[in-house]
Design a protein around this ligand. Sequence first.
Ligand SMILES: O=C(O)CCC(=O)C(=O)O
Ligand SMILES: [Fe+2]
Length: 351
Amino acid sequence: MKRAADSTFTSPKASKRQASLAGFFKPSPKSIPKLEGEVKPIVIDHDDEFEDITSTHLDKGKGKEVDSSVDIKLSDDVSTGPYPPPDHPSYHLPPTPTYNHPILISSIPTTLQQIHFNTTANPILKPSLDLDLLYFKRFIDPSLSSRELTKYLLESLPWYRVKYMVRGININTPRFTTVFGKDSTDIPWGGYMKCRPRAIPEILLKLMQKVEEVTGSTFNFALVNYYSSGNDSISYHSDSESFLGPNPTIASLSLGCPRDFFLRHREYKSHTPPVPVEKFVLHDGDMVVMRGKTQHEWEHSVPKRKDAGGRINITFRKGVVRYASENYYTYNVGKGGMYRWKDGRMVETEE
Ligand SMILES: O=C(O)CCC(=O)C(=O)O
Ligand SMILES: [Fe+2]
C-alpha cells in the first residue's frame, strides 16, 4: 500500500500522479499551500504478508568507496557552534529546544558525547531504472556507540502505536513511531491547527548534522520507527514527494537487530525485462540514503519476519509544505496513548 501520492516524471503511473502534485506546488498568494479541495495523500500502513525470501547483503558491496572514517564530538563544539545554526536553510528553530515535547527528554549521556561515524559511502546505482542509493555500512560504529544510542532513544523518546480509519477501515500501524520537526514553510511553530510540531531532540539534531554533512542535503524532520519484533513492519510505499518535493533525499539509519529492506520498481510487474526486487539486510548502525528519482520510481518496505529482534529506524527528510507536518504528526503521533520504554518493554503511559 502506498503512503501517498507523488509528482512529475516518467512512468505511466507516475505521470497520473503528476497533475495533482503540480497543483500542490503552485504557490498561493500567501505562499502557503491551500488545503481546501485538494486531493490529500493518505498514509496507510497495514499488515501485508510478505514472502520470506533469503536476502542478499548490502555488505557484499556494490559500487566504489568514496570517503573515509572520521570522528566527531557530539558535545557542543566551540568550533562549529550550536546546531542547527539560526540560518539553517530548512530547519526553522523552535521557540525552545524542547518545544511541544510531551515528556522530558533526559540529557545526552556521557557515553554518547562522542560517536564514531564511518563515513565511507557505497553508491548503489541503476541509472536506467532510476535507482539511486548510498549505503554507509556501520555509519554509527557499533563497537562504540550504537548500543548506547538505541537504549537512549528507546528510553527517552515518546512512542506511539497509531490507529486510524480510512474509508471505514480501521488501521493499526504495525510498529511504534514518533516524529520531530517542522516543514520549511514560514508558518510559525505555533501556527498549526491540525498538529503541534515538536522540536527535534538534541541527540537527533546532532545525528542530523552529521548526516547533512555526509550527504550534502538539509533536513527538517526526524521520523523514528521502532520495530519491536518481526511482526512489526512497514509495507511497500514511497516517501511522498507531495510533502518532500521532487527527487527528495531521505537518509535512513538502522539501529539494533538486522532487518530485511526491500525496494521494488513501481512497474515491476509489467516492465520488460522484469525488474528484480532489490533486497538488502540492514544491520546495526547502517545508513541507506535514497536519492534522485528513487521515491518516484521505487517503493520500499521492511517486511514481517518470523524471528527478528528490536530495531530502531530514523529517517531524516525535508518537508516543504504545511501538509508534511500535518501528515507526519497525524500518522506518527496520532491521538491515542503514548508508550514509554520501561524494564525492557513498551508500556502505555500517561506521563
Ligand atoms: O525502517 C526502515 O528501514 C524504513 C522506514 C520507512 O520507510 C519510513 O519510515 O518511511
Ligand atoms: Fe519510507
